[in-house]
Design a protein around this ligand. Structure first.
Ligand code: WT7
Length: 650
């Protein structure tokens, strides 16, 4: 049998105790699409509301009126739901287990302690003038203070914008200006794989950029004690602000549709978009997916190995697990430090039951051989999860066999920053698994496939993935730019949400995500716009033109392949290639560093001047035989040169 036909049936013993078994999935899914109001009204009872919603769903995907509201007359507080309501029953239970980069560092924070610290920080933010609706930028390491800062904002109705700690000062500055944050929370340095990253220096550099003078205060967590510059009047030590505050800070009820956070993500054009997620629907969706997709049971240790700077960290390190009263493990380091067996060691040390990670992390481990897992048993594991990109069957198999001892189902969760939570995914007690397949829609999610003209495809088919109706976790808009929201997601095909992904539906009705069909790259599970990298390159004095495409990369999934046309008076050289790689790295961040640069005397263009990326992608993938139709090229000669000088990987 080919890999794709292999099926791993539901483990009946697991299904017997699971929240959702086959029958329940069928029944709830049917209800969720036939009677969304009834379904979500019932589900909403799992949250604690200060004012219970009477209106459940009020949503429109029509391109002249994109308007998405859930529970719109309800009021609640997200931090109250994640902390206060658990105090009576599980105040002394660990809320966060923090595992440091150094294997000798770990900390356990109970719900009671977390509640106290969040309340103090919330009072601290108030003392700096932060109030309801104000935005706060977080640029932080993977330390408990990051979760505390998110929850402290939520507690007072402020809106957080977390910027991944791997982004450059310029990228940070752009996000600070767009969100108009008056406060930035950071740390002196972060530590990953034994190396320090100068977060505070980056903040200092970012805050010299135009427009950043809106920032009045910078709170600095002391993580390493490393040397930093101090700006009197602006900078404050986190502990100095927080320690002196009262632990009493009432949670401010907000409207269900008040914003909870902004999160920037890359698209096919322009600057990153600040997606706006709101409070009630988002929290309900994060909590319900966390409980059912991971089959989370009381008392289990759950570990999502993402960074809080991405949506995965928001929904599945912080909000989903804490809303469910779970114990969430937060890991500061990288899977390969100090040794390649670190993931297994952490699983054993904290008796992790559920492990959620990315294909790219698995492939990085696979490359070192199965023996790297020999120093751990991993017999506490029950469920495995994968996210971020399509998982190739080889990586699936390694995850299943070597990490999970062939005992644990893998939930391959397809979703996006825009969707807030899982959209297409197996559930451990309900879904037969196929390696590399995201399988079935979550409750309330109605996927469909369309061709390029928007015609619906039925049955087994390959097409563009759209979602027909709204779900509560969906982003409501782009911060300050609703038109762009409509343009990006609701104008390609009328009346539906366009995901940007290609997808195949098989004979069993299972969905296989095939990857982005727009100019978005997925490098190690991180989303990058080709346009962002191109605009960085053309800002270099030697560069006349640049085109960026993805190519298959064994570990990262996709690598970044750049075609550069130099200005006439510039000599190509290996030094210049290095310089351009460093240029992009400094401009955007290490994750955007090009893997390959090829000098291109010319780029293949149509007669109307449009770059033919299809051809560039083929050449980068070393698939030069199938270049397809090149008859519309203005100058077919350039293609020959590019093929001849392509970078061939051995
Ligand atoms: C894009 C979204 C959702 C959190 C992490 C990434 C790709 C994500 C899968 C999966 C195949 C996947 C898609 C999607 N993607 N999960 N299980 N199988 N592809 O969030 O940065 O918003 O990226 O990641 O292409 O559109 P993101």
């Amino acid at each position: 049998m080919s890999e794709q036909q292999r099926i791993y049936p539901v483990d009946e013993r697991l299904a017997a105790d699971a929240w959702i078994d086959r029958d329940r999935y069928q029944q709830l899914y049917r209800q969720s699409v036939e009677d969304p109001e009834g379904f979500w009204r019932e589900q909403a009872d799992s949250l604690s509301w200060s004012k219970k919603p009477s209106t459940i769903k009020n949503t429109s995907f029509a391109s002249d009126n994109v308007d998405i509201r859930w529970f719109e007359d309800g009021e609640l507080n997200v931090a109250h739901n994640c902390l206060d309501r658990h105090l009576d029953s599980r105040g002394d239970q660990p809320a966060i287990i923090w595992e440091g980069d150094d294997p000798n560092d770990h900390k356990i924070i109970t719900y009671r302690e977390l509640h106290q610290r969040v309340s103090q920080l919330a009072n601290g933010l108030k003392s700096l003038g932060v109030g309801k609706g104000d935005t706060v930028t977080l640029y932080m390491p993977m330390v408990p203070e990051a979760a505390m800062a998110m929850l402290a904002c939520a507690r007072i109705g402020a809106v957080h914008s977390v910027v991944f700690g791997g982004f450059s000062p310029d990228a940070l500055a752009g996000r600070v200006v767009d969100s108009q944050s008056r406060v930035v929370i950071t740390a002196d340095e972060s530590v990953r794989g034994g190396k320090q990253v100068p977060l505070k220096d980056n903040v200092d550099a970012a805050l010299t950029r135009e427009g950043t003078d809106v920032v009045e205060s910078v709170l600095v967590v002391r993580r390493t004690g490393g040397d930093i510059q101090w700006h009197e009047g602006r900078d404050r030590w986190f502990d100095d602000v927080v320690d002196q505050q009262s632990t009493d800070c009432p949670a401010e009820p907000v409207n269900a549709e008040d914003p909870l956070f902004i999160l920037y993500t890359s698209g096919s054009t322009g600057t990153p978009k600040g997606l706006k997620h709101t409070s009630g629907g988002y929290l309900l969706y994060a909590a319900l997916t966390h409980r059912t997709v991971f089959d989370y049971h009381e008392g289990e240790v759950y570990w999502c190995a993402a960074d809080v700077g991405w949506i995965t960290g928001h929904s599945y390190i912080v909000y989903g697990p804490l809303a469910n009263g779970a114990t969430t493990l937060m890991f500061e380091g990288v899977p390969t430090y100090p040794s390649h067996g670190r993931i297994g060691q952490i699983v054993d040390k904290h008796q992790v039951a559920i492990l959620y990670t990315s294909p790219t992390a698995i492939r990085a481990l696979m490359a070192h051989g199965e023996h790297i897992m020999d120093d751990s048993r991993r017999d506490s594991l029950r469920i495995l999860g994968s996210v971020g990109e399509p998982i190739n069957p080889e990586a699936w198999d390694w995850f299943y066999r070597v990490v999970g001892n062939s005992r644990c189902p893998i939930v391959d969760t397809w979703w996006q920053t825009e969707t807030g939570g899982h959209m297409i995914t197996p559930m451990p007690g309900a879904t037969d698994l196929k390696p590399g397949c995201a399988t079935k829609p979550f409750f309330g999610v109605q996927p469909a496939l369309v061709d390029n003209e928007g015609r619906r495809l039925e049955g087994a088919a390959d097409g563009n993935l759209v979602i027909l109706d709204s779900w509560p976790g969906q982003a409501r808009s782009i911060w300050n730019n609703h038109d762009r929201f409509v343009q990006t997601y609701f104008s390609t095909y009328e009346g539906v949400y366009f995901t940007g992904d290609g997808c195949r539906r098989d004979e069993d009705g299972d969905y296989w995500i095939t990857g982005r069909i727009d100019d978005v790259l997925n490098v190690s599970g991180h989303r990058m716009g080709t346009a962002e990298i191109e605009s960085s390159l053309v800002a270099h004095e030697s560069v006349a033109e640049a085109a960026v495409v993805g190519y298959p990369h064994d570990i990262k999934g996709q690598g970044i392949y750049v075609y550069v046309t130099l200005n006439d008076d510039v000599e190509p050289s290996d030094e210049l290639k290095q310089e351009l790689k460093q240029w992009v790295r400094k401009d955007i961040g290490p994750i955007a560093t090009p893997d390959v640069i090829q000098w291109a005397p010319g780029l293949p263009k149509t007669r109307s001047g449009k770059i033919m990326r299809r051809i560039l992608r083929k050449i980068a993938a070393d698939e030069c035989d199938g270049l397809g139709d090149t008859s519309t090229l203005a100058d077919p000669g350039v293609v020959e040169d590019l093929i001849e000088n392509r970078h061939v990987r051995i």
